[in-house]
Write a new protein. Structure first.
Length: 157
């Protein structure tokens, strides 16, 4: 699964809001500048985040956006789902219709469905506070043999 730009930007913007807001509204222009995300794209994303009850807007001078829930209770999975990013690995629609003709499941359906569930559970276990406080390595230590992670190079697994 490749998370789309919309999902990545939504998480990046929410982490920025959680780490820089400190209870005061943050403008999308500030987030846009710091995270190098186009302002028009952020406006679209924040409309969805607001509709999902993750943020609220404050109008007028000194206005911007605030988290509606504490960072410790705002989960990465909720942000991605609010941005309308499905967390699934199969090509199937939900339900018994299957992904092949005539309405059967492909041989690897359970494999990909299980992987999607693992990804969702992982993202559901990470709060904005975890990211802001840099607790991901503590919560999910990399141990064992080394693996290649494109962004990090060789890391212990």
């Amino acid at each position: 699964m490749m998370l789309s730009t919309k999902g990545r930007y939504a998480v990046m913007a929410m982490v920025d809001l959680a780490s820089s807001g400190h209870g005061k509204p943050v403008t999308l222009a500030e987030i846009s500048d710091r995270q190098e995300i186009p302002l028009a794209y952020l406006e679209q994303i924040f409309a969805k985040l607001r509709k999902s009850g993750l943020v609220k807007s404050v109008r007028g001078p000194g206005g911007g956006y605030l988290l509606l829930r504490p960072a410790s209770e705002t989960w990465v999975s909720d942000i991605i789902m609010a941005a309308e990013e499905p967390i699934k690995m199969t090509r199937c629609d939900s339900g018994p219709s299957g992904c092949m003709k005539p309405k059967t499941r492909c041989l690897t359906h359970d494999l990909w469905e299980g992987l999607g569930a693992q990804i969702y559970n992982y993202l559901r276990s990470i709060s904005l506070e975890d990211i802001c406080d840099k607790r991901l390595r503590q919560k999910f230590p990399l141990t064992g043999p080394q693996i290649m992670v494109p962004e990090l190079g060789m890391v212990e697994h």
